[in-house]
Write a protein that binds this ligand. Structure first.
Ligand code: 2AM
Length: 201
């Protein structure tokens, strides 16, 4: 037996609610694009695919050994994943070429997310769980196209959403179950980051 596992940061409720308010009126307006369900909004730090049950307990324990500090994150601006899986950001999102996913990028906090992703992938490797090796691109997927579809309209919508700031205080190991209406995510284990020290001037 194995489970499909990944590690992610979930935005706090107020951000999810704000995003949901912005997304809901668009759901039926973009037939080629499926907007992410509110409870599924997240930033993936590491994707492991199917992890055999025997490796899950060691993985859960090894992730608990990670020491990292909480950090601020600001999500802003649209990016796309195209056929190549490579991110295309900024002006290229306006090119009108077909894309697979449209996402919100990290305006502030990308290096800290990258660092946390590295720590998580290293921890997983130590217990024989191989993380997806593709280049890490901090992103929160907002819409997916089952076939490549023109992304310009959706990118413009996402660009109009503005910025979302929050503190990343924890990361979560998630079990993903593939279902017809989209994946279903269950938190498997949560890990708190050390509080950020306040610098008094
Ligand atoms: P996405 O946000 O770009 O779709 C669960 O599948 C999560 O893991 C999704 O957020 C997905 O990213 C991410 N992920 C990263 N690499 C993946 C891969 N090779 N296959 C499936 N999902 C992957």
């Amino acid at each position: 037996m194995s489970d499909r596992l990944f590690v992610a940061v979930f935005p706090p409720l107020e951000i999810t609610e704000r995003l949901t308010e912005l997304i809901e009126p668009r759901r039926d307006a973009t037939p080629d694009w499926k907007w992410t369900r509110p409870e599924n909004l997240h930033l993936t730090l590491a994707f492991f695919g199917d992890v055999p049950q025997a490796r899950q307990e060691p993985l859960i324990d090894e992730l608990a050994e990670i020491t990292a500090t909480a950090f601020p994150l600001v999500l802003n601006g649209a990016g796309i994943f195209g056929n190549t899986g490579m991110p295309e950001i900024g002006s290229q999102t306006q090119s009108g070429l077909g894309a697979k996913a449209v996402w919100l990028g990290a305006e502030v906090g990308a290096p800290a997310l990258n660092n946390l992703s590295k720590l998580i992938r290293a921890a997983a490797s130590r217990v024989g769980v191989r993380p997806d090796g593709s280049k890490f691109t901090p992103h929160l997927t907002l819409a997916r196209a089952s076939n490549r579809a023109p992304a310009r309209g959706v990118c413009d919508v996402v660009e109009s959403f503005g910025a979302f700031s929050f503190a990343v205080n924890e990361f979560v190991l998630v079990k993903s179950t593939l279902a017809k209406g989209g994946s279903y995510y269950q938190p498997w284990a949560s890990y708190q980051l050390a509080p950020q020290l306040e610098v008094k001037q």
